[in-house]
Design a protein around this ligand. Structure first.
Ligand code: PLP
Length: 468
């Protein structure tokens, strides 16, 4: 039996633990991780022997056992949630964490995290306070709202609004606005969860004022508008703006709007498609407006509810609020982000999401050319071809679906191996590089790559080129 001979060659766990390299590793690596890695490696070797793999392979594993364990430990010791470089050009990339925070935002977040804070304490009076009080003034200043409440995300915001104002009551909504957002957020399903009864009016492409008017009865509590942020119905269409629906409001029928993206400045002033702002929605008559914190607003994950004080007070008393409440990290990051909006110019300068949207083609081109030149100087292989191409970036996050921002991309073509393998290597680098493949080329859009990330990117590309 060949097998038996090899089983005897497998080192014992204790022997491995006594190896000087492993001893060195144990000085900074948790023992549990090392033991796990040892057991995993030894099991792997046993399996290979059992499967009757050829001798060369078995020997290679036996000879490299310490090296493999150390490499595996390094991987195991990495954080699971970690930074990546987003080379997709999709600015609000939900899978990659949506909006980025300005490093300055972290300063106060750190202060209130490593120290005690006045999270629910009124310093002036020395009595218990409300965690929501920290945001209410700044949100009013920026949006013109009477009152506000912040919850876990916008889906939670919609749930809380409907549960408070429309439980067992009818909510009138246009068929063209019964949307699904990625990650199984469907307006009709959220309504059902909240206990509200959906009353659809109009058709997919057209809904008229009369449709809303005729649907109102004594059970109606709300008229709801949902901003179709992730698609547009074009062509033979019409919908009724908030300013019109305003006429249908009574003291028992509220007008609510789910804006989705939460734009706070007029983007059309900066060459981007117009998108309704929160302030406009309130001015045009919405009693309640909900929006996300981490989409176009550019802050942390949150759902922001603004509007009439009397209605917001009712929501604060809803027991659901406790289940959906935000922590001090969110409150701190949101306060810092909202402060930037006290000045439009500052918001564009300081909020990464907005900054990336406004990034000029020249700026992007300068970056691409710089990296391109460096790569050409270092890598001299006929099997790797770098190029620069025109393309379009997307805003993402289900926001502004038709907006196409002109951009410049670095392209990589490889011979000898498949492009999929090369992409895999980039993605599995220490700092993963997330790219896309188009027509057998890797495309790296520099709109979402910062200048200070270029060095890491270069190293990752060099690393991936080693396999060729
Ligand atoms: C994105 C979006 C939501 C969900 O917001 P989250 O913050 O992701 O929970 C709800 N409604 C609309 C219109 C949206 O665009």
């Amino acid at each position: 039996m060949v097998e038996k001979k090899y089983y005897k060659l497998i080192p014992k766990v204790d022997e491995i633990l006594n190896d000087e390299n492993i001893q060195e590793l144990l000085k900074f690596m948790p023992r549990k991780i090392v033991i796990d890695a040892i057991n995993e490696e030894l099991n792997k070797i046993r399996t290979i022997i059992k499967m009757g793999e050829d001798e060369a392979k078995i020997n290679s594993y036996l000879n490299n056992v310490i090296y493999n364990i150390i490499e595996n430990c390094k991987i195991k010791n990495n954080f699971n949630l970690k930074r990546v470089i987003n080379a997709t050009g999709i600015i609000i990339h939900t899978n990659l964490g949506r909006s980025l925070l300005n490093p300055e935002v972290i300063d106060n977040l750190k202060e209130v995290s490593i120290n005690y804070s006045n999270l629910e304490f009124d310093i002036e009076k020395g009595t218990r306070g409300s965690r929501y009080s920290h945001l209410e003034r700044i949100i009013s200043q920026v949006t013109g709202s009477e009152a506000s409440l912040v919850v876990n995300n916008n889906a939670a915001a919609v749930l809380l609004v409907l549960s408070t104002l429309a439980k067992n009551k009818k909510v009138i909504i246009s068929r063209g606005e019964l949307i699904e957002i990625g990650g199984s957020f469907r307006i009709p399903e959220v309504m059902e969860q909240s206990g509200a009864v959906l009353k659809e009016v109009g058709t997919t492409n057209k809904t008229h004022f009369e449709d809303y008017l005729n649907a109102i009865d004594e059970d109606t509590s709300c008229i709801m508008k949902v901003h179709t942020s992730n698609y547009k119905i074009l062509g033979f269409t019409s919908d009724v703006p908030i300013s019109e629906l305003n006429k249908l409001k009574t003291d028992k029928i509220y007008l609510i709007e789910d804006l989705g993206s939460g734009v706070l400045i007029d983007l059309s002033k900066y060459g981007i498609c117009y998108e309704p702002t929160v302030a406009e929605s309130i001015k045009n008559g919405a009693d309640i407006v909900t929006f996300s914190g981490d989409k176009l607003l550019g802050g942390p994950q949150a759902g922001i509810i603004v509007g009439k004080k009397e209605l917001i007070d009712r929501m604060k008393r809803n027991p659901l609020t406790r289940a959906l409440r935000v922590d001090k990290f969110t409150i701190s990051a949101l306060e810092s982000t909202f402060r930037y909006y006290l000045d439009d110019e500052i918001s564009i300068e300081k909020i990464p999401t907005l900054k990336m949207m406004m990034k000029s083609l020249e700026e992007i081109e300068t970056q691409v050319k710089r990296v391109f030149k460096k790569l050409q100087a270092i890598i001299n292989s006929e099997n790797i071809i770098f190029g620069i191409a025109d393309d379009f970036s997307e805003i993402g996050g289900g926001s502004l679906p038709l907006e196409r921002l002109r951009t410049k991309c670095l392209t990589i073509e490889v011979k000898g191996i498949s492009i999929v393998e090369f992409e895999d290597k980039l993605r599995n680098y220490e700092t993963p590089i997330i790219t896309r493949i188009s027509k057998d080329k890797i495309i790296l859009d520099f709109r979402t790559i910062r200048e200070d990330e270029e060095d890491i990117l270069l190293k990752a590309i060099l690393y991936a080129c080693e396999i060729i």
